[in-house]
Ligand binder design. Structure first.
Ligand SMILES: O=P(O)(O)OC[C@H]1O[C@](O)(CO)[C@@H](O)[C@@H]1O
Length: 390
C-alpha cells in the first residue's frame, strides 16, 4: 500500500474536515439537545461537550466506562489532552460520537440508557412521503429483466447513501445537477461476476445509514437472495448510535417493519427478509470495531476471519470508504486495488462522495471533474462510485 499521502486532520480552517469539527459537531449537539427533554445534568454535559469539542482538549472517558480500555487501545491514551483539531480527523469524529453518547447517558443506568439520541430524525425520515414513493417505485420493476432489476436495486443502494442526516446538516447544494457523469467509477460488471446467478456464496454488507439508505440496502440483499446470486447474507451495522444516522440493529427492525407494512412489492421483499432472518440465511452483526476510530487495515482478527469467508463484502458509504482505503489525501488516480489489498477477500465500495478521500479514478475523469466543479465534486454528494477489488 502506498504510505505517502498526508493523513487528514481537522486543523486547517476553511477545509472540509475543519468545518465538520467546528460547525457540524456543534450543530449536532444542538439538534440532540432539542430532540429530548433531557434534565439539567444531561444538558450540562451536552453544553460541556460543545465547549470541549470546539475550544477544548480531548478528555478521557470516565474511569468506569465499559469501553475505556478499548478506547485506550484505539488511541485515547495517546490523544487525551490534545486538541480535537490536531489528531487524525477519522479519530476525532469517531470519539465525538462516543462523547455525545456519554453526555446523554446512553450507557449509564438510568432513564436515558439505550435511548438513541438520533431516533426522532431517523423515524421521521423512514416515515416520510419520500420513502413511500421509493417503495411504491418497486412495483414498476416487475416488467424489467432480471439483470435490469439487479442493476436497479444496486443503484438504489448506491444512491441511498445520499440520504445521510449528518451530511444534510452542512450540505449546501447537493441537489445541483452535475456537469460530469454522476458515476465517477463503475466496476459493477466485476461485482456481478463475483455474484453469478445460482451462486452459493455469502454476501457481507457493511451498512452505513439507517432509513432511506438501509431500506434500499435491504432491498438489494433481498434481491440477491431471491435471484440466488447468494445463499446467505450478513449485514454489519453499528452496535450503538453513531454519525447521526448510522444504522443499528433497532434501525434494521424499523426498516423491516416499514417494508412488511408497505403495499405491493415492498411487502414481498419485507416478508422474504423476515423469513431469511428466521431461517438464518440473513444475519445481523454489530461488532464494536464498527464504531471504532481506525481504518479497516487495523481490524481485529475475528472480523478479519469473517470477511475472509465472504464471497464479496460490500462496503457502504463515505465513512466506510475512508476506513477502507485509509483517511488520507491520496492522489485520486492511486489504484483502488493497491489501497484495499489489506482487506481479507473481494471488496466492493458503494459510496457517494462526501469527503476529500478518493482513489481509483482515471486521469481524464479527475481533470473533467476539477474543470467543471473545482474541489466540490469530492464533498458535495453529487457523485458516486462503485469500485471493486476482486
Ligand atoms: O454516511 P456516510 O456516507 O458515511 O457519510 C458520513 C459523512 O460524514 C463525514 O465523515 C464527515 O463527517 C463525511 O465523510 C460524510 O459527509
Amino acid at each position: 500500500m502506498p504510505a505517502t499521502a498526508p493523513l487528514l486532520l481537522g486543523d486547517e480552517p476553511g477545509s472540509f474536515p475543519h468545518s465538520v469539527l467546528a460547525e457540524r459537531h456543534p450543530a449536532i449537539i444542538r439538534q440532540v439537545r432539542g430532540a429530548f427533554p433531557y434534565g439539567p445534568d444531561r444538558r450540562r454535559a451536552l453544553d460541556a461537550l460543545l465547549v470541549s469539542c470546539t475550544e477544548g482538549a480531548i478528555e478521557p472517558l470516565p474511569a468506569d466506562a465499559h469501553d475505556r480500555d478499548r478506547w485506550g487501545a484505539w488511541g485515547l491514551d495517546t490523544y487525551a489532552g490534545r486538541s480535537w483539531f490536531d489528531v487524525p480527523w477519522l479519530w476525532s469524529e469517531s470519539y465525538f460520537y462516543r462523547c455525545l453518547l456519554e453526555a446523554v447517558g446512553h450507557f449509564a443506568p438510568g432513564p436515558w440508557q439505550g435511548i438513541d439520541p438520533f431516533r426522532p430524525d431517523k423515524l421521521a425520515e423512514l416515515d416520510s412521503a419520500r420513502t413511500d414513493e421509493e417503495l411504491a417505485a418497486l412495483d414498476g420493476l416487475a416488467d424489467l429483466t432480471a439483470d435490469e432489476q439487479d442493476r436497479a436495486l444496486l443503484h438504489g443502494s448506491l444512491w441511498g447513501n445520499r440520504a445521510d442526516l449528518g451530511f444534510r446538516l452542512s450540505a449546501e447544494t447537493s441537489d445541483t445537477p452535475a456537469a460530469v457523469p454522476a458515476l465517477v467509477a463503475d466496476d459493477s460488471d466485476t461485482l456481478w461476476s463475483l455474484l453469478p446467478p445460482s451462486g452459493a456464496g455469502t454476501l457481507y454488507l457493511i451498512a452505513d445509514n439507517a432509513g432511506r439508505e438501509l431500506v434500499p440496502d435491504l432491498l438489494l440483499v433481498s434481491r440477491l437472495l431471491a435471484g440466488s446470486r447468494v445463499e446467505r447474507a450478513v449485514l454489519h451495522v453499528k452496535p450503538h448510535p453513531y454519525y447521526v444516522s448510522d444504522a443499528t440493529p433497532a434501525d434494521v427492525l424499523d426498516a423491516l417493519r416499514r417494508l412488511t407494512a408497505a403495499p405491493g412489492a415492498a411487502a414481498t421483499h419485507g416478508r422474504r427478509l423476515w423469513q431469511a432472518l428466521t431461517d438464518g440465511r440473513l444475519t445481523v452483526r454489530a461488532h464494536p470495531f464498527s464504531c471504532g476510530p481506525l481504518p479497516y487495515a487495523e481490524m481485529p482478527d475475528d472480523l478479519r476471519a469473517e470477511f475472509a469467508s465472504a464471497t464479496v463484502t460490500i462496503v457502504k458509504g463515505d465513512l466506510n470508504y475512508r476506513r477502507l482505503v485509509g483517511d488520507r489525501l491520496w492522489a485520486p488516480t492511486t489504484p483502488f486495488a493497491d489501497l484495499t489489498g489489506h482487506f481479507p477477500g473481494p471488496v466492493a465500495a458503494l459510496r457517494t462522495l462526501k469527503s476529500d478521500v478518493i482513489c481509483g479514478l482515471d486521469t481524464r475523469t479527475v481533470t473533467a471533474l476539477d474543470a467543471a466543479e473545482g474541489p466540490r465534486w469530492r464533498t458535495g454528494g453529487t457523485h458516486a462510485l462503485i469500485q471493486v477489488r476482486a
